[in-house]
Design a protein. Structure first.
Length: 269
């Protein structure tokens, strides 16, 4: 087994890996501090669409975790990059956003034209929306039936909170698919190739010199496995040990909590 300190860049999921709700998970602060002391690059990769990068950074700092805005990548910020690149190709998307203010903020900051008019929309971008209702479903349905491309900001069916799970983006996407008789055309967040391209580009690190640490087999670990990035699963969020029976390919490391990361290193050093 490769020493977990042998990598140059470390990608950490947030919800379920670094924290749950406002609770910092065991071993996180010490592990991140040690990695930085060793000169390692740390990036935080989240599929969130309900917080901006600045809000993620502030949340980490409130928990005593050092972070800079440019170290945070979210499904919302990558969605903004996706549509910004589309504009660079002389295409003029008009996007109907089903999501919260953070997603709209990131999109507007990227210069994309947003619209609430279904018949004007070229794309419907869906993120987690805790105020999702019949009226929003109807607008998205009308836009897709009129020819708008349906884009999912991430494929997460739910999001861990303390003692519970909340419906996430994929629940809204499936409702819109059912109502419109349409199909999602693109998924932006982990584990997509586009997300991997943007993250590797930002890190400046060869993929074989990166480690992805996350709590979900279906997004975090699949992200690494699909793109040649080593992986570590922490059992502090969505995926439980008994869930692993349904997967044919395993992560490189499995830890009960982040505390075991440094324990693994000490065993091999």
């Amino acid at each position: 087994m490769q020493d977990v300190l042998a990598y140059e860049t470390y990608f950490f999921d947030l919800d379920g890996t670094i924290f749950i709700g406002d609770l910092l998970l065991p071993g996180v602060r010490q592990t991140l501090q040690y990695l930085r002391e060793q000169g390692k690059q740390v990036l935080f990769l989240s599929n969130t669409t309900i917080r901006t990068r600045e809000e993620c950074r502030n949340r980490l700092r409130l928990m005593g975790v050092e972070a800079r805005t440019e170290e945070v990548v979210t499904a919302a910020s990558v969605s903004a990059a996706y549509f910004r690149e589309m504009q660079g190709m002389n295409r003029k998307p008009q996007v109907l956003v089903i999501g919260e203010q953070a997603l709209k903020y990131e999109m507007a900051g990227g210069g994309t034209v947003l619209t609430d008019e279904p018949m004007e929309a070229t794309h419907v971008l869906v993120g987690m929306d805790r105020d999702f209702d019949y009226e929003k479903l109807h607008r998205a349905m009308k836009a897709v039936r009129a020819g708008a491309y349906l884009i999912a900001a991430n494929p997460d069916p739910n999001c861990p909170v303390v003692g519970d799970l909340l419906p996430d983006t994929w629940a809204m996407v499936k409702a819109i698919e059912a109502a419109s008789c349409g199909t999602v055309q693109e998924i932006i967040g982990k584990p997509s190739a586009y997300y991997a391209e943007k993250v590797l580009e930002q890190s400046g690190t060869r993929r074989e010199n990166c480690l992805m640490v996350g709590d979900r087999m279906d997004t975090d670990i699949r992200f690494g496995l699909s793109h040649g990035i080593n992986t570590a699963l922490v059992l502090t969020g969505v995926t439980a040990r008994e869930d692993l029976e349904q997967y044919s390919t395993m992560p490189d490391h499995i830890w009960t909590s982040m505390s075991e990361m440094l324990q693994d290193h000490l065993r091999l050093s």
